[in-house]
Write a protein that binds this ligand. Structure first.
Ligand SMILES: NC(=O)c1ccc[n+]([C@@H]2O[C@H](COP(=O)([O-])OP(=O)(O)OC[C@H]3O[C@@H](n4cnc5c(N)ncnc54)[C@H](O)[C@@H]3O)[C@@H](O)[C@H]2O)c1
Length: 415
């Protein structure tokens, strides 16, 4: 890794990050000490029906004299339609909240982020996408992830499905970063293996993709004085490397032994550190193509990232050889020369994807040959990600990545 001293360091984060088993018990006293009195809890029915930890939170808020309303209509991959419906419900029922608490996976956190903007102004969310200043400041948000993967509790974005659009749309601005991120690994113990695998591979993707992305000194911030994403720097790379190591060390155990405290804790930290990297450095082709693939197949976010990740890594062997060699070592590769190691990194990453039972090529994913061109063009249409591609011209690279992902072809594969 050859970042030079003229590579600027930026780190954008929530104001407070708490990470510990049991950290959820600090939420109510903290909200009270911050002067907040009316909470809107945003979650989904699984939690209101099954989660004693959520019941304890509601009780604890009550004991701290904080009024609570609960919106439990969250859905996987929230849409602009759901956001508008929830906004109307909140504005019609009761007093205006003075803060939100998002409880759930990335989907509920993204819905809450969007509501933090739409509830004060009452405007349809589609009208607010693409802007970084909104009619009123977003309400403060406490984000409590129950999966270990998305890092939405750290990022400046709310990712929404927009009916009729080929890829997801994003509300994106630094003011959208939660005020408080509360990462309590115990909340992930109830994740079914499929959710653990999807989220865990999302975390690994964030770590690796942001580790390999453009340097801050070459990243195009388009004159933005307060960009959400601004390229990799020494600090983001430090977090990315640690996150990668933790994911290779703990993800398989968390998947196979859901009650393993050390593995759940390791994955919670992997997800957090990956977010601390990518939520400043930004992402590129894996997410660009994964959004296109999700538009085509409606498959889960983690699975669409997982199938693209090894082929994107393979496309960067020339421009990111040392980083990929380091990743291969973290994944357990035996010592070899740098290039051999670099070519092993995608192979070992794909082996992990397979071990977790996810599709590792586009044919197995159910994509047909006549859909490949559309995948490339839809992927390239997410320009904020395509312009951060650190290798050969993005249009050629995306086409070759998609073709290799269809054929299941990696340069380091024996035979
Ligand atoms: N804003 C961002 O920066 C960002 C980044 C990455 C992903 N995302 C978004 O996050 C979403 C994916 O989030 P996710 O992978 O966390 O899954 P999810 O939030 O969609 O949840 C998947 C399912 O798992 C259930 N679940 C969650 N936690 C559970 C638990 N502890 N026990 C039992 N069930 C549980 C949920 O109820 C849901 O049914 C996608 O919509 C994606 O676009 C956002």
């Amino acid at each position: 890794m050859t970042l030079t001293s003229d590579n600027p360091i930026t780190l954008c984060m929530p104001a407070r990050v708490l990470c510990a088993d049991g950290a959820r018990r600090r939420i109510a006293p903290l909200c009270k000490s911050l002067g907040w009195r009316r909470a809107l809890v945003v979650t989904d029915r699984w939690f209101t029906d099954n989660s004693p930890a959520l019941s304890e939170l509601l009780q604890s808020l009550h004991e701290h004299e904080i009024e609570v309303r609960v919106f439990d209509g969250g859905e996987p991959d929230p849409s602009t339609t759901l956001t508008d419906r929830a906004t109307a419900w909140v504005r019609e029922e009761g007093a205006m909240p003075d803060h939100l608490i998002a409880w759930g996976g990335g989907s509920n956190i993204d819905l809450a982020k969007a509501l933090s903007v739409t509830v004060p102004c009452g405007r349809p969310v589609a009208e607010l996408v693409g802007h970084t200043h909104w009619p009123q400041s977003p309400l403060p948000l406490v984000a409590v992830p129950t999966t270990a993967g998305t890092g939405s509790e750290i990022t400046p974005g709310a990712i929404l499905v927009q009916p009729g659009s080929a890829t997801k749309v994003a509300l994106m601005a630094n003011v959208l970063r939660p005020a408080v991120a509360v990462i309590d690994p115990e909340l992930t113990w109830s994740c079914p293996p499929r959710v653990t695998a999807d989220a865990g591979l999302d975390a690994l993707t964030h770590a690796i993709e942001s580790w390999l992305t453009l340097d801050a000194c070459t990243f195009d911030i388009a004159g933005d004085a307060d960009p959400g994403y601004s390229g990799r720097n020494e600090l983001t790379v430090m977090f990315a490397r640690k996150a990668t190591a933790l994911a290779f060390q703990h993800l398989t155990t968390a998947f196979e032994h859901p009650q393993d405290r050390a593995a759940r804790n390791g994955m919670a930290r992997s997800s957090l550190y990956a977010a601390m990297s990518y939520a400043t450095a930004g992402l590129n082709a894996v997410h660009g193509l994964a959004y296109a693939l999700a538009g085509l197949t409606h498959a889960s976010h983690g699975s669409t990232n997982a199938v693209m990740l090894p082929y994107v890594m393979d496309a960067l062997v020339d421009s990111r050889c040392d980083e990929l060699a380091d990743i291969a070592r973290l994944a357990g590769a035996p010592e070899a020369d740098q290039e051999t190691l670099a070519r092993q990194a995608p192979v070992l990453t794909r082996a992990l994807v397979r071990r977790l039972g996810l599709a590792s090529d586009l044919v197995t994913f159910g994509v047909t040959e006549d859909q490949l061109h559309r995948l490339v063009t839809d992927g390239l249409s997410v320009t904020r990600l395509a312009k951060a591609w650190p290798g050969a011209p993005a249009n050629e690279a995306y086409a070759s990545i998609v073709s290799n992902a269809y054929l299941g072809k990696l340069s380091g594969e024996k035979g």
